[in-house]
Design a binder for this molecule. Structure first.
Ligand SMILES: Cc1cc2nc3c(=O)[nH]c(=O)nc-3n(C[C@H](O)[C@H](O)[C@H](O)COP(=O)(O)O)c2cc1C
Length: 239
């Protein structure tokens, strides 16, 4: 595939085939991703790859946490505190996920993208139960047989996130070029304990993002193409 083909083919995949991805392919993807530029070649990231029973176990625990977090809505403050304690719901505080609304136009774009996705899924925005069910799929990786968590060292300040983002995009494009699909998931940045239970992430590395990896199914959800900005909207005008 040419770069244009790979770039256009990469979309966030939210339904995967029940088909394993070999360790050799995962290693090849990571090797290609490591060709990414990084500030002074510092490569301030570490990666966890989970498959098989370990992935299942992490997925079960994340799903349990997410389902418990949904019950918080209906609880008073004491109930919230007790449930949060019981299920370890304190979210990642270093590279934080926004809880609630995004600021300004970003919330508008977020809603537009979500509404487009719900339309493809035949889901009404008011149907909170169905939306929760869709959201829950994040925590079992949309059925993917592999997931990757990327950690970065915040001592590298802003370059930690820039370098990690570039590296992640290399993973996604490399995977796409091999007929695989990915979904980058901020949802997988909420809680790291289930991952820490199975992997020795070195001290000082903080969770940035997770992504699901596998072979895309033919489900309609995988053909959703949310609108991107035009170049005119992107460019800052001259004075
Ligand atoms: C940092 C980041 C976090 C994301 N988090 C999620 C997520 O938690 N769940 C999800 O389904 N998609 C998630 N996405 C995918 C975006 O929704 C998707 O990239 C966007 O809608 C554009 O669609 P495209 O990837 O198909 O071009 C995330 C993407 C990025 C880059």
């Amino acid at each position: 595939m040419t770069f244009q083909e790979v770039n256009l083919k990469r979309r966030s995949i939210r339904d995967f085939l029940d088909k394993p991805v070999s360790d050799d392919i995962i290693n090849e993807i990571l090797k290609e991703a490591l060709e990414a530029p990084s500030s002074s070649n510092t490569q301030p990231f570490k990666v966890v790859v989970a498959t098989g029973n370990i992935l299942k176990s992490i997925g079960n625990e994340l799903t349990q946490k997410y389902k418990a977090s949904l019950t918080l809505r209906k609880q008073n403050i004491i109930g919230k505190i007790l449930t949060a304690r019981k299920y370890g719901l304190k979210p990642n505080k270093v590279y934080e996920t926004i809880q609630g609304k995004y600021p300004g136009i970003y919330q508008d774009r977020r809603i537009k993208t979500a509404v487009g996705l719900y339309k493809v899924l035949g889901l009404k925005r008011e149907d909170k139960k169905k939306r929760d069910e869709e959201m829950t799929k994040n925590f079992y990786f949309f059925g993917a047989p592999a997931a990757i968590w990327i950690f970065a060292n915040p001592k590298m300040k802003y370059t930690a996130l820039v370098d990690t983002g570039i590296f992640m995009q290399n993973i996604m494009l490399s995977a796409t070029s091999k007929g695989l699909g990915t979904c980058p998931q901020g949802a997988l940045n909420l809680w790291r304990e289930p991952v820490d239970k199975h992997f020795n992430v070195p001290k000082g590395y903080e969770l940035v993002c997770g992504l699901s990896l596998g072979y895309p199914s033919d489900d309609k959800v995988n053909f959703y193409r949310p609108e991107k900005l035009s170049v005119e909207e992107l460019l800052v005008s001259k004075k």
